[in-house]
Design a protein around this ligand. Structure first.
Ligand SMILES: Nc1ncnc2c1ncn2[C@@H]1O[C@H](COP(=O)(O)OP(=O)(O)O)[C@@H](O)[C@H]1O
Ligand SMILES: [Mg+2]
Length: 246
């Protein structure tokens, strides 16, 4: 039996100011699964995401990635396996050019020379940014910055991709293009989103987090069809949206 890609058990996290953001989260994700994490503002979605590759470390509870428990000694290995795409692309882009930003991660993991050049080229091609490697991230559109941030993570060839609000602040075309890119990727995927149609398009399963705990975990169509459940957690389908049957 293969280990789950992600196994989180009884995860608790309290911020230094005393705020409890995660209050006993249990979540298991199989390899290849695509899971949407839904929930109102302040639910703990970003906090959970930041535990999956050890940006934050649990107050109590465990995180396991592909059967490897997250500890100080496994942090490097786990960071290579789990790629986080932050909500704000500017948190991921800090070099003079896009190509340098994309090279940064794999170089840090020891990739050099032609292999590094190939990683950068491939990652930029996958996100449709092959023409823009020499540009400054500061001069890109919002949609292009989001793609460049995704490329910095893809260049590390993670087996698990975790995206925080990937469609936020994108215009409709950029939003659709990013969805097409994500749909074509083979990685296990966690997509934190308020954008319920995005969840429906890209994920098979949806988890609702609220108050730092998992309050629903089912197929995306079952969750999105339950209007009372959605309303109870401040989630709303756009007007006229019909949940596709899966
Ligand atoms: N750096 C921080 N210090 C203190 N509390 C925080 C910090 N970041 C988030 N929180 C609190 O933790 C809870 C969960 O936040 P977050 O994980 O950002 O939720 P979400 O991503 O679902 O909106 C909220 O109550 C939020 O106010
Ligand atoms: Mg958040």
């Amino acid at each position: 039996m293969t280990a789950p890609a992600i196994r989180v058990e009884q995860l608790h996290y309290r911020y230094p100011d005393g705020r409890v953001a995660l209050d006993g989260v249990d979540l298991s994700v199989a390899p290849g699964e695509r899971v949407a994490i839904l929930g109102p503002n302040g639910a703990g979605k970003t906090t959970l995401m930041l535990h999956l590759n050890g940006v934050l470390s649990a107050t109590s509870g465990t995180v396991e990635i592909s059967g490897i428990a997250l500890h100080r000694s496994t942090l490097r290995d786990i960071r290579r396996r789990v790629g986080l795409v932050f909500q704000d692309p500017d948190d991921q882009l800090f070099m003079p050019t896009v190509a340098q930003d994309v090279a940064f991660g794999p170089a840090n993991f020891g990739v050099t020379g032609d292999a590094l050049t190939a990683r950068v080229r491939t990652a930029l091609e996958v996100v449709g940014m092959a023409e823009h490697g020499d540009r400054s991230p500061a001069h890109l559109s919002g949609g292009q910055r989001r793609r460049a941030a995704l490329a910095t993570v893809l260049a590390c060839e993670p087996e698990i991709l975790v995206l925080d609000e990937p469609s936020a602040n994108l215009d409709p075309v950029a939003r659709r293009e990013l969805a097409e890119t994500l749909a074509a990727l083979p990685a296990t995927m966690i997509i934190v989103t308020h954008d319920l149609p995005y969840a429906a398009q890209l994920c098979d399963r949806a988890v609702i987090l609220d108050g730092g705990v998992v309050v629903a975990d089912d197929t995306v169509s079952a969750v999105l069809s339950d209007s009372a459940l959605l309303a109870a957690h401040r989630l709303e389908l756009p007007w006229g949206f019909v949940v596709p049957a899966r």
